[in-house]
Design a protein around this ligand. Structure first.
Ligand code: ATP
Length: 234
């Protein structure tokens, strides 16, 4: 079998003296969608920060296509092929939709994901392409954030709580794009609070509790009750 596209080995990380992650290990297979679940404060965002080099970690703790990348800086990650859709979206508010996408396209890699393809995926963004991103609804902003990751033509996207603050119907609109994204060859880790939604889309599950992996494996191996128990640490 080929190497996983992204693997984390014995990763420990934190903030100064505070350790937030303890010996975390898992693998994201090429073309896979890994659902990362856990209660507030379990360490999901911290894990993304550590993968992306926004927190100190060691060389061998993160592998990309079998190569250690835990010594690389954040700026290198996008060029390497790891993009994120961060919690809170972090768009440039006064720039237009198109400018936000254009900037990301210039910083990323060349490939099949162009602005046009993002507009095909989210037609509302074509209509709004000249609008400042701050004038968009939360769901539309989330689509821009996803589009921004895609136009960098990554191999892996880390999605951090893309449903946060969105109405359920809007969440469904945003998630409707996921099959097309996966079909294009992108592999993904998705942080999501809604266990039912994660079970529906993820082939692999990892549950964190207080910084430790408490459940990990193929989604089909776990019942909803098992996931819920791991999630709440009962
Ligand atoms: P949420 O769903 O609330 O985003 P999470 O699973 O993403 O939760 P993290 O944000 O990774 O959890 O937080 C993990 C732990 O690290 C928590 O105890 C949190 O208080 C702590 N933490 C997070 N960010 C910082 C920071 N910048 N400085 C110090 N501690 C932090």
């Amino acid at each position: 079998m080929s190497d996983p596209i992204l693997a984390v080995h014995g990763l420990s990380a934190g903030y100064g003296d505070f350790q937030a992650l303890f010996d975390v290990s898992f693998a994201l297979e090429e073309g896979g969608l890994l659902g990362l679940v856990g209660a507030n404060g379990a360490g999901k965002s911290t894990l993304f920060k550590a993968i992306l080099g926004q927190l100190p970690r060691k060389r061998d703790m993160v592998h990309f296509r079998g190569q250690p990348i835990g010594h690389l800086k954040t700026e290198v990650m996008l060029r390497l092929g790891i993009a994120q859709v961060p919690e809170g979206r972090r768009l440039f508010p006064s720039l237009s939709v198109e400018e936000n996408l254009q900037l990301a396209a210039e910083r990323g890699r060349k490939g099949d994901w162009t602005l046009r393809r993002v507009y095909d995926l989210f037609p509302i963004l074509r209509e709004k392409r000249m609008a400042r991103s701050m004038s968009l609804s939360g769901g539309q902003q989330q689509m821009v954030a996803i589009g921004r990751a895609l136009v960098a033509n990554p191999a892996v996207i880390l999605f951090d709580e893309i449903s946060l603050g969105l109405a359920p119907i809007v969440v469904s609109d945003v998630y409707a794009a996921m099959p097309e994204i996966l079909k294009s060859g992108v592999s993904a880790i998705v942080v999501e609070q809604d266990i039912e939604r994660v079970r529906a889309i993820a082939d692999t599950l990892v549950c964190l509790n207080e910084g430790r992996v408490v459940l990990s494996g193929p989604t089909r191996d776990f019942t909803k009750a098992q996931i819920t128990t791991a999630y709440f640490g009962e």
